[in-house]
Ligand binder design. Sequence first.
Ligand code: RP5
Length: 182
Amino acid sequence: MPRLPGALSPEKTWIGWNKMAERNATVGIVMGSQSDWPVMRHARDTLDGLDIANETHIISAHRTPERLNHFALGARDKGLKVIIAGAGMAAALPGALAALTPLPVLGVPMEGKLMGGLDALLCMAQMPGGIPVGTLAVGKAGAINAALLAAAILALTDKDVAGALDDFRSRQTAGVAEQPED
Ligand code: RP5
């Protein structure tokens, strides 16, 4: 349909923006506790920066097992493609999710008082053969990288995400100075 001169394109109208806000999430970010959010928000911010629709939930493998079950069993059918799971201490969340869903699960260990988060890192990495969890670094770097890895997975079949990821990497490279400053 022809547009009036100066009119916003359909995707830039409020209706268009509302539609964007309602886009189905392709990445689920879950965390064991509200106390994980200061770290896990970096995963959300990274996905937002790449314009990847995401949703966030607090789900504890130990404190809310029924919520875990409900989320994991419905994740694929509601359109999620990748799950990012942050947890600390016993850090069972990513493994428990991976046991219930065929979607790729990326684990982010939280820094803790014991060994700086090495406990959670080992819990996530040491999965028995047959149920993988892709385990990232402890803390903020892991949260950012989990989002970037989720984007790379989506980029295999989504050229918009592939383009956004290429742009991110180019900007990152351009932002690294050749010499250090005093
Ligand atoms: C884990 O226990 C959570 O992922 C969190 O990292 C840790 C501590 O939880 P809170 O006691 O702070 O709620 O399940």
